[in-house]
Design a protein around this ligand. Structure first.
Ligand SMILES: [Zn+2]
Length: 83
């Protein structure tokens, strides 16, 4: 699971400027995104999956749109079928 952790002001005062691994939330040096290659791979995997899901939902919406348009157009194009 993807967990985004925002560094709080209290943390900054205690530890100095730093970031958190965007996958597991472990404290890491500033300007870093991941604590390890494992988390980087995990994050890329999640992102890929998310992109795929998004693409699938666009395709689904597209198909639904085409079906709705067809439902309106078919009776006009082929009135005999629906008479
Ligand atoms: Zn991590």
């Amino acid at each position: 699971m993807m967990v985004f952790q925002m560094s709080s002001r209290r943390d900054d005062a205690k530890w100095g400027p730093h970031s958190h691994c965007i996958v597991c939330g472990v404290a890491i040096p500033e300007n870093e995104k991941y604590c390890s290659k494992i988390c980087e791979a995990k994050y890329n995997q999640e992102t890929e999956r998310y992109k795929r899901q998004q693409k699938m939902s666009y395709i689904f919406i597209g198909i639904m749109g085409v079906l709705i348009v067809l439902m309106f157009l078919l009776p006009m194009l082929l009135p005999d079928l629906f008479a």
